[in-house]
Design a protein around this ligand. Structure first.
Ligand SMILES: Cc1ncc(COP(=O)(O)O)c(C=O)c1O
Length: 402
């Protein structure tokens, strides 16, 4: 893979890609944790979970240490075992896939479409042509292994068509894992799932509260489901599968994945600001688009019209011929200007630990991984900073002179 110079050299940026937007009330809450000694267990976790459940219109939500931990539990709860197969998108952050591999399952990578979400047409072709349904399950003809789970990601805050996902999964007897790590605050505004939040439609959904997400709990993640039994099992697994108290017995191998009370304090504060963050993201996205509308060779990734998006990342596709310089060169130029941008995550089929796994008709993801770039999009990004980013973009445009 070609090396590109940039933020990853450790240089501090004047304008960051996506940083947390924290308020002072967190200090008071964290002080309360310290003063009372309730730094790990405590009421902030329960309060955070309650507000998450109300917001996403679920009866309960289970918080854990990270989105990755949430995915690890989710794959396990959906019955993924050694030598099972799971279908995953080729364009995503690697944490969508890693937990399935922790469980010794085999991922199958499906290409993206022009929204960067999984291409559901190719998914259907794969299931129709490469798999067979027998004894109430779907088997991969090539390996004769059972395919247990279909994992979809709402990439960049862009909601995938869950109506189609669920109908495909029903036909092929697959459980659906909805990786909504990047999609907190998104919900459908049309169709069968109107009003449903990202992560609440599949068998299990997960959210991440990592520092670069729209809200953060200083790390952390959540497991969402409409199935109370799955949530009870999730809580039990995240608390080392303890069956009795005060005598300590465990009837399974669990994890220590609880969110801490200090993280809960961050979460409670951030939930109060979420709607304001969604508005800020939309405002800056529209501002960028209006300022860049005349630049040839720079195309903004659209957000699907089926939903209220959180506009998590602002992603442009650079057409080197039309624009003047390549995505990699532009990334370097931004870095020189002290502006942190981000190339799209390396695609899963090309990650070293995944090289030997099966992938299906990988075409578009190869194009997008070379040409997509995320622009600064923090919720505290100022208008002057948007102008600075735009200035760099205009400077290298072949069609504009200053
Ligand atoms: C699509 C996707 N899945 C999973 C994760 C993992 O979340 P976390 O970083 O909280 O472990 C992330 C976050 O970074 C993500 O973007």
């Amino acid at each position: 893979m070609q090396e590109v110079k940039g933020f990853w050299d450790g240089k501090k940026s004047k304008i960051s890609l996506s940083v947390p937007n924290l308020s002072d009330d967190i200090l008071e809450k964290v002080k309360e944790c310290i003063d009372t000694g309730w730094i790990v267990k405590g009421n902030f976790v329960a309060e955070f979970e309650k507000t998450l459940a109300q917001y996403t219109k679920l009866s309960e939500v289970v918080t854990v240490q990270s989105g990755t931990a949430a995915l690890h539990e989710a794959y396990r709860l959906l019955g993924v075992n050694t030598d099972d197969e799971v279908i995953v998108p080729n364009v995503t952050f690697i944490a969508t896939v890693n937990p399935a591999v922790y469980l010794k399952a085999h991922p199958i990578f499906i290409d993206c479409d022009d929204t960067l979400n999984m291409d559901l047409g190719k998914l259907e072709d794969f299931l129709k042509n490469e798999c067979e349904v027998r004894d109430g399950a779907t088997y991969n003809k090539k390996t004769d292994r059972i395919i247990k789970v279909l994992t979809v990601v709402h990439l960049l805050g862009n909601l995938i068509d869950m109506e189609r996902v669920i109908s495909i999964a029903d036909k092929y007897k697959l459980k659906v894992l909805e990786d909504a790590a990047q999609a907190m605050g998104c919900f459908y505004t049309t169709g069968k799932y109107k009003g449903n939040h990202a992560g609440t439609i599949g068998d299990i959904g997960v959210i991440s509260f990592n520092a670069n997400k729209i809200i953060t709990a200083a790390g952390g993640g959540a497991i969402l489901s409409k199935n109370p039994d799955l949530l009870q099992e999730a809580r039990y697994l995240s608390m080392v599968a303890k069956t009795s108290s005060p005598y300590i017995y465990h009837d399974n191998v669990g994890y220590n994945y609880n969110l801490t009370n200090i993280q809960g304090a961050f979460g409670v504060s951030q939930m109060k600001r979420l709607e304001g963050f969604v508005e800020a993201k939309l405002h800056n996205y529209n501002l960028y688009r209006s300022l860049l509308k005349d630049i040839k060779g720079i195309k903004f990734l659209e957000f699907n019209k089926n939903s209220r998006s959180n506009h998590w990342y602002y992603t442009i596709i650079v057409d080197e011929e039309e624009y003047g310089i390549s995505r990699n060169k532009l990334f370097e130029k931004f870095n020189e200007a002290g502006i942190q941008t981000g190339p799209l995550w390396g695609i899963m089929s090309e990650q070293k630990p995944f090289k030997n796994y099966q992938s299906y008709k990988i075409e578009k993801s190869k194009f997008y991984v070379k040409n997509a770039l995320h622009l600064p999009c923090s919720t505290n990004l100022k208008e002057e900073e948007v102008f600075e980013v735009v200035k760099v973009l205009k400077e290298f445009s072949r069609h504009l002179t200053f």
